[in-house]
Design a protein around this ligand. Structure first.
Ligand code: GLN
Length: 197
């Protein structure tokens, strides 16, 4: 069994590179079709444009099987646009359209809530149970986590603000670990959800 990166749109090459570097001996494969999804035992949803990724998930026939596999326990780490797609519900964005969501992570988020691309920033993030100090959090037109429901647990903070949440084996991050050189979060996710690699 392999580890997959959803490869429909977004920062797929960066994510493949980070997962390959952080996945130890596990094989890393791009997921574009239902047959690819069937081979993986964990999946990363990259950053990108959530409306486009949602449309491509439908067009490729991945939407239904992806939701089913996640509900059956497939470990998934979604970053930024990935977090949006996992969310239980979206609060209407101030501008632009909102995509449908898979509704598998008990959070309400709002797209693009940290401002435009030009207002991107990097800040240290406190992550529960992560050795080695704060994590470099890269925020690019990031979604804001507005509320966390009872099924989910916050585990990453920017100051007082929640920027990472997990519900069983579904993890969602408002920032982009794949755009820093720090592999600790990818490794932690795989070790905790899939086991040692
Ligand atoms: N703003 C994007 C969206 O709504 C997410 C940005 C990102 O993934 N860097 O899909």
């Amino acid at each position: 069994m392999s580890v997959g990166v959803l490869a429909l749109q977004g920062d797929v090459p960066e994510h493949l590179k980070a997962v390959e570097a952080g996945a130890g001996a596990r094989r890393v494969v791009p997921v574009r079709r239902p047959a690819d999804l069937a081979q993986v035992r964990a999946l990363f949803l990259p950053g990108g444009e959530s409306t486009t990724i949602a449309r491509l998930l439908h067009d490729s026939g991945l939407w239904e099987p992806l939701g089913t596999r996640i509900r059956e326990g497939l470990p998934v780490l979604g970053t930024c646009a990935g977090l949006i797609l996992l969310a239980q519900r979206l609060e209407r964005a101030r501008s632009g359209r909102d995509p449908p969501t898979l509704g598998v992570l008990d959070v309400v988020v709002r797209r693009n809530d940290y401002g435009a691309q030009t207002e991107s920033f990097e800040e240290p993030i406190r992550v529960d149970g992560l050795d080695g100090g704060p994590f470099p959090g890269v925020f690019i037109r990031a979604p804001r986590i507005l509320s966390v429901g009872p099924a989910a647990t916050p585990f990453a903070w920017r100051g007082e603000e929640i920027v990472g949440v997990r519900e069983r084996r579904v993890w969602g991050l408002a920032f982009h670990p794949e755009l820093s050189d720090d592999l600790r979060l990818h490794r932690k996710f795989l070790t905790e959800t899939v086991g040692p690699g």
